[in-house]
Ligand binder design. Structure first.
Ligand SMILES: O=C(O)CNC(=O)[C@H](CS)NC(=O)CCC(=O)C(=O)O
Length: 276
């Protein structure tokens, strides 16, 4: 059994301030005995326009934000899962990435968001992620960590159960959804979707979320959660920015996954519908 932590922050366009928020939580998570800490999507920055987002992006090797977290991981002997941007080929778009940094500070895995959030909701959010972001083209196979086998997905990917089912089929124990959900869609769908993904994959779901006002145009829903493979919310943070970053922790018990999967085997009818 090992402890996982979720960190809830409010990123702005100041990468240095965002790094300080994360580093503060890394220390707290390490003091709480956590083996890994999970941060939201776009922890490095949330920009107020597509142009600003592209101009702020740095390669992983040149990002002070990423390097700062690599140092924190090794100094605090903790693994870090964090969402960041990096420039895409051609210079007009960015990649929306999720990194695994091990407790020596090395980036060992990276996933590029598959599904981009293009919405035009009447009297609600209008966002066109595909204007500034290049979509990924593959599922990253789950990998072994101190907590168990981790499968990576990001934010809007949550709405496509195929990716979670594919990660489960490749033996994920824990599926991540670092996010920056909007308030109306968060209120309506966030917890239901997260619990559904945990229940249908019989896996832990770790969802670190951005919270509060990032700039004059963007506000995020918060409510970071860790959910058990039975679908219970084990840890949850609030929806308000209380002036500082916040942390929640939960124990990851791999034997509970084994028990649930044994007691209720979800045998798929792949003779009727395709295997994912
Ligand atoms: O733009 C960045 O830098 C960071 N990326 C995001 O905030 C992304 C794209 S705008 N947000 C979402 O996918 C929210 C999904 C959502 O709210 C839902 O599915 O309801």
């Amino acid at each position: 059994m090992a402890i996982a932590a979720v960190g809830q922050i409010c990123s702005t366009s100041s990468m240095m301030d965002n790094l300080l928020q994360c580093q503060n939580l890394v220390q707290k998570a390490a003091s709480a005995g956590a083996k890994a800490i999970f941060f939201p999507e776009a922890s490095d920055y949330i920009a107020s326009s597509a142009a600003e987002s592209v101009s702020l992006a740095r390669s992983l090797e040149e990002s002070d934000f990423v390097q700062g977290l690599q140092r924190s991981a090794s100094e605090n002997k903790i693994h870090i899962n964090v969402g960041v941007h990096a420039p895409a080929e051609g210079g007009i778009r960015v990649k929306n990435l999720l990194l695994w940094i091990d407790d020596n500070g090395k980036i060992t895995e990276q996933y590029q968001k598959l599904h981009l959030f293009d919405v035009e909701i009447k009297d609600g959010p209008v966002l066109r992620e595909s204007h500034s972001v290049e979509k990924g083209d593959s599922i990253l196979p789950p990998f072994d960590t101190v907590l168990g086998r981790v499968g990576l997905a990001i934010c809007f990917d949550l709405r496509f159960p195929e990716i979670s089912v594919a990660l489960r089929r490749r033996n994920a124990d824990i599926i991540t959804f670092p996010s920056a959900f909007t308030i109306p869609t968060g209120k309506a769908h966030w917890e239901v979707l997260l619990r559904a993904r945990a229940i249908e994959t019989q896996s832990y779901v770790v969802a670190a979320a951005q919270v509060g006002q990032h700039n004059e145009k963007r506000v995020s829903y918060g409510h970071s959660m860790i959910i058990s493979p039975w679908g219970s919310v084990l840890a949850e943070l609030g929806g308000d920015w209380n002036g500082g970053p916040e942390l929640a922790t939960a124990e990851i018990d791999l034997s509970s996954i084994e028990k649930i999967r044994k007691e209720m085997p979800l045998l798929r009818r792949t003779d009727v519908y395709p295997e994912i």
